[in-house]
Design a protein around this ligand. Structure first.
Ligand code: NAD
Length: 502
């Protein structure tokens, strides 16, 4: 709550900045009387929007609107029509591509090429892919013998869960929100979305898209605000929310799980990671350097699947370290709309302070700083941005906090290893279990290791290569459940069995 209060400052340039309000029952609600807080640009610290915090009454209005949608036209809509609407959504997002790119760049400060090549196109794809999954996945059927010899027929049907609470993080706001919305809506649910307080813009824009393509009112609702003691908690503790899908920190997942226990409601969690990258001496060297570089520094290291622990086979350790250092020192800081920039700021001042705290801790814990470790010198107009240098360490002990805790910044620790068994042990020596990336030409070894490393997702000679039909999620403290393809249907629908005596 203290963290939330610190952020509740009224905008300084009130006349010049727009106000983002909740989207409920097909309309943006007026900001009258709402508490407002500032959204600052991560690039230069300017206030770019003011956000109206949704109180408990507004969250209740959103949940009631969603329940009415389920009881109305949306709840009765044939699958074919629902899926056609989702395709129309994807087309409308593509038509307004530049608006989405601009909104996401303003919110996150990340370079335009990441938006135009990954985050926005994949956001649109999330609607199409899940519409197609829902239309094409069959349910099971069993013929059962009975004593009278006539038998019985069992078949399963899928029904939407109802109203889904969708609580989102800030690191890839549009991609991660639509990753949940696509299947939720394709399966026929209504949603109440709580975007991160740091990144409200694309969720608001999506309200316009919903209305433009004719999604019935109340199917998509957005409420803005903070987490504990605020909008996030109001959503997750509302009894009218039937299930909660959440992406964010493991600690927050624990709080949401407690809220969901009331009313025994289902949860799907995609949480933190402290992922290992493993490079064998026989790997395609340049591809491995590129892959580990992207996995550690893409999105300024703010990727749940990112690599913060890198294990390199001893014969190539020094060469690998030097090659990674050279790439890290070649990043081009700059505004997202400047096509020359390859590297953006962190999301907020608060997150910058957290990451810099880990940079100091690493040194206290005995790290050798290969490169980075601080704030880059920026031109005056960007000096108020949340910049940090890409940072590489060596020499930390395996039990150092910097090696065990998720920093969620552009940093990694390199450590040499000598054998397959040793590196499997090191990779598994963590409470997290989200993903790993293995680089080797020896595919038999790679397959063997994929079975032994306790993570939800293993990439071999690649990283972040996604097929939306595959299961996605974490082991251990990195999550509960799997989403993606047919796995999403397990969470967003309830399977019911019908038994017919013949
Ligand atoms: P966060 O947990 O701080 O916040 C996520 C969302 O939860 C925000 O909308 C926030 O307002 C809300 N929230 C916070 N406390 C709440 C509460 N008590 N009740 C209800 N809602 C609450 O996470 P973040 O800082 O936005 O995102 C970074 C984290 O997300 C990292 O740990 C990262 O690894 C993780 N992440 C995981 C995945 C994945 O797929 N596994 C993907 C992206 C990010």
């Amino acid at each position: 709550a203290a963290r939330s209060n610190a952020k509740r400052r009224v905008g300084q340039n009130a006349a010049m900045t727009r106000t983002i309000t909740s989207f409920i029952d097909g309309a943006f609600v007026p900001a009258d009387g709402a508490r407002l807080f500032d959204k600052r640009s991560p690039v230069d610290g300017r206030v770019i929007a003011r956000i109206a915090e949704a109180d408990a009454a507004q969250v209740n209005a959103a949940v009631q609107a969603a329940r009415r949608a389920m009881a109305g036209e949306w709840g009765r809509m044939p699958v074919e029509k629902r899926c056609a609407l989702l395709h129309a959504m994807a087309d409308e997002i593509t038509r307004r591509f530049d608006d989405f790119v601009a909104a996401e760049m303003a919110d996150t400060g990340q370079p335009s090429h990441v938006m135009t090549h990954v985050f926005i196109p994949r956001g649109a794809a999330n609607f199409k892919v899940f519409a197609d999954v829902v239309k094409n996945v069959a349910t099971e059927s069993f013929r059962t013998d009975t004593p009278d010899g006539r038998g019985a027929l069992n078949y399963a049907i899928r029904k939407p869960k109802g109203v889904i609470g969708v609580v989102c993080p800030w690191n890839a706001p549009f991609l991660l929100m639509t990753w949940k919305l696509g299947p939720a809506l394709a399966c026929g649910n209504a949603v109440v979305v709580k975007p991160s307080e740091e990144t409200p813009l694309t969720a608001a824009l999506l309200g316009e898209v919903m209305n433009a393509v004719g999604i019935p009112k109340g199917v998509y609702n957005v409420v803005n605000g903070f987490g504990p003691g605020s909008t996030g908690e109001f959503v997750t503790s509302h009894p009218g929310v039937d299930a909660i899908t959440f992406t964010g920190e493991t600690r927050t997942g624990t709080a949401i799980m407690r809220a969901a226990a009331e009313g025994v409601r289902d949860v799907s969690f995609e949480l933190g990671g402290k992922n290992a990258g493993i490079v064998f001496a026989d790997a395609d060297f340049d591809a491995a350097v590129d892959g580990i570089f992207r996995s550690a520094f893409l999105n300024t290291g703010q990727v749940c699947l990112g690599t913060e622990r890198v294990y390199v086979e001893r014969p190539i350790f020094e060469r690998f370290r030097d090659a990674l250092k050279a790439k890290a020192e070649a990043v081009k800081y700059g505004r997202p709309e400047d096509h020359a920039s390859t590297y953006g700021p962190l999301i907020s001042r608060e997150h910058q302070q957290k990451v810099l705290g880990y940079y100091r801790l690493a040194v206290e814990e005995g790290a050798s700083v290969v490169t980075g470790g601080g704030v880059p010198q920026m031109p005056a107009e960007l000096a108020e941005g949340c910049w940090v240098q890409p940072t590489i360490w060596t020499g930390l002990a395996d039990d150092a906090r910097t090696v065990r805790e998720e920093v969620f910044g552009p940093c990694c620790h390199l450590r040499p290893f000598d054998s397959e068994d040793e590196v499997v042990g090191l990779a598994n020596d963590t409470d997290y279990g989200l993903s790993t990336t293995i680089w080797t030409q020896n595919l038999a070894r790679a397959h063997r290791m994929a079975e032994r490393i306790d993570v939800g997702i293993t990439w071999i000679n690649s990283w972040f290569l996604r097929d939306l039909r595959t299961p996605f999620g974490g082991s251990k403290h990195s999550g509960i459940g799997r989403e993606g393809g047919v796995h999403s249907l397990e969470f967003y629908t309830e399977t019911r069995n019908v038994c017919v005596k013949l």
